[in-house]
Ligand binder design. Structure first.
Ligand code: ATP
Ligand code: MG
Length: 252
């Protein structure tokens, strides 16, 4: 089982949208997958949740084990499950900060090993104890970037923090571009300057399209509703790059 955290310091860069599409890709390729919504906003829960299971309370995250199956819901995607968020998750940062070890989430996830091939953690924006736990639990941290100078500056800061303060290996943090418009000179410049300054190229890039914005209306990944659209090809390329980087295979 491999764990991927989808995270960025910046809000609104596509963490949840990409999580939904990767979950659909995982289904298409036959990977049993759990999406964990760790954002109190509950956007992934809105898109994938069915409202059928009781919600895990923030304080339950502090326990040494969790009866995952009581809280996990099926989703419209066969073989994809979700641990939904609830608003009380806002307290989790404060609750966790002194109460648990740095690798608490990593330990908790171990009991899922036999059940899932892949866990996708949709993180909140910003850096706090919850996102630190996700970094320590993750085999790969996927970071969506928009091609803007401030977003790139924010990534430089995040990369520095992750590698120096949380000891994430440089190869385990994987930025990729989202909301790219190749017709905009600024976007082309940002893609170029980023590539020049990084040891590894970005894991992929996903074009900007209103189809992605409309996704929340029908709660359907674009790879599901528009499999032949170029944006679905971008996402499929990104998915394949994630699979390669993780050496993901059917583990159960
Ligand atoms: N490739 C894309 N093209 C156009 N719009 C996009 C694309 N990706 C995401 N969006 C839009 O950007 C907005 C933010 O996306 P999303 O909620 O996935 O970001 P987020 O990083 O999860 O936000 P938050 O930090 O609030 O959790 C949404 O309106 C979404 O539809
Ligand atoms: Mg989100």
């Amino acid at each position: 089982m491999k764990v991927v955290a989808i995270h960025s310091q910046k809000g609104g860069v596509g963490k949840t949208s990409i999580t939904l599409n990767l979950a659909h890709e995982a289904m298409s390729y036959g990977f049993e997958t759990l999406v964990i919504d760790m954002d109190a906003q509950g956007s992934a829960t809105f898109l994938l949740g069915q409202g059928s299971a009781p919600r895990l309370r923030a304080k339950d995250w502090l326990k040494s084990d969790i009866d995952w199956n009581s809280f996990i819901e099926t989703t419209p995607y066969n073989g994809v499950y979700i641990l939904p968020a609830r608003k009380g998750l806002r307290k989790l940062d404060r609750l966790m900060s002194d109460a648990v070890s740095a690798k608490h989430l990593k330990q908790l996830l171990k009991s899922l090993k036999k059940q899932f091939d892949l866990v996708l953690i949709d993180c909140p924006a910003g850096i706090n104890t919850v996102t630190e736990q996700a970094y320590r639990a993750a085999d790969l941290v996927l970071v969506p970037l928009t091609p803007t100078p401030l977003c790139l500056q924010s990534y430089a800061d995040l990369e520095d923090y992750a590698t120096r303060e949380i000891n994430v290996e440089a190869g385990n943090i994987a930025p990729f571009f989202n909301r790219v418009n190749q017709r905009l000179a600024l976007h082309r410049e940002c893609l170029g300057s980023f590539a020049a300054g990084q040891a590894l190229p970005p894991l992929g890039w996903v074009r900007s399209t209103t189809l992605m914005e409309r996704m929340a209306l029908n709660k359907q990944a674009v790879t599901d509703s528009h499999p032949e659209h170029p944006v679905s090809k971008d996402i499929d390329e990104l998915w394949k790059a994630v699979v390669r980087r993780l050496d993901l295979h059917h583990s159960r």
